[in-house]
Design a protein around this ligand. Structure first.
Ligand code: ATP
Length: 214
């Protein structure tokens, strides 16, 4: 039975907040692999600043050398709005019946989870691991619908996630890193150093292709 972690995002660009979260959750949830899934067109966010090809190339560089991490480009090849539910169904169709999937979601993203396309179906397809993102102020701002959803599926025992292939929500403590792609892009635009916010090979790529400079 394989246990697969999923981190979807814009990755505009990938940074250590993403990588450290994936590393810590892979360890705490005993996952075999973590798939990084760049979105083509995120339905609920402003469009990415650089092309899907660039974002995907940067994810590839960022995860290089970690045998547990993999790039999954299915949302880019599919095109159109990147609905998570479609991605999960497509992944499910490739897995064995006993394999489990855990989708990682930051507290900022979870706040609007009930606006995601067919959001109620998502929990039938995977588990959800919530991570508190610094400044995400998770519990206070969740609306009633999400609070009820959380109560229905929540477990404090991460071992529960190994007893079923989908259906649980857990909250995992990770090292808080106040890094965001938005802040990183801003540093580059202002000609400030972005070193130690993202791997050197990613920053070299940004430099070579003159990304985020205007
Ligand atoms: P932007 O600043 O452009 O909105 P971002 O830094 O939030 O980008 P995304 O690619 O949109 O990056 O994030 C993908 C997922 O990773 C989301 O679930 C988000 O909450 C989570 N995430 C991003 N940065 C961090 C961080 N520093 N700590 C924890 N989770 C994070």
């Amino acid at each position: 039975m394989a246990r697969i972690g999923l981190l979807g995002g814009t990755f505009d660009p990938i940074h250590f907040g993403h990588l450290r979260m994936a590393e810590e959750l892979a360890q705490s949830l005993q996952l075999d692999t973590v798939k990084f899934i760049p979105a083509a067109t995120p339905p609920l966010k402003t469009p990415p600043q650089v092309s899907a090809n660039h974002r995907s190339a940067m994810v590839k560089l960022g995860i290089a050398g970690n045998p547990c991490f993999a790039l999954d480009e299915r949302e880019l090849t599919r095109g159109g709005p990147s609905y998570t539910v479609d991605t999960l169904r497509s992944l499910r169709s490739e897995l064995n019946a006993h394999d489990s999937m855990v989708m990682f979601v930051g507290s900022d993203a979870f706040k609007q989870f009930n606006r995601w396309h067919q959001w109620q179906d998502i929990i039938q397809l995977c588990h959800i691991a919530l991570v508190d993102r610094p400044n995400g102020s998770m519990p206070t701002v969740l609306n009633e619908e999400l609070v009820a959803f959380l109560h229905r599926h929540y477990t404090e025992n991460s071992l529960d996630l190994q007893s079923q292939t989908a259906g649980f929500i857990t909250m995992q403590a990770i090292t808080p890193l106040t890094i965001s792609s938005t802040a990183l892009r801003e540093q580059i635009k202002q000609h400030q150093s972005a070193r130690y916010l993202s791997p050197d090979n990613v920053l070299d790529y940004i430099d070579q292709h003159r990304l985020y400079q205007a």
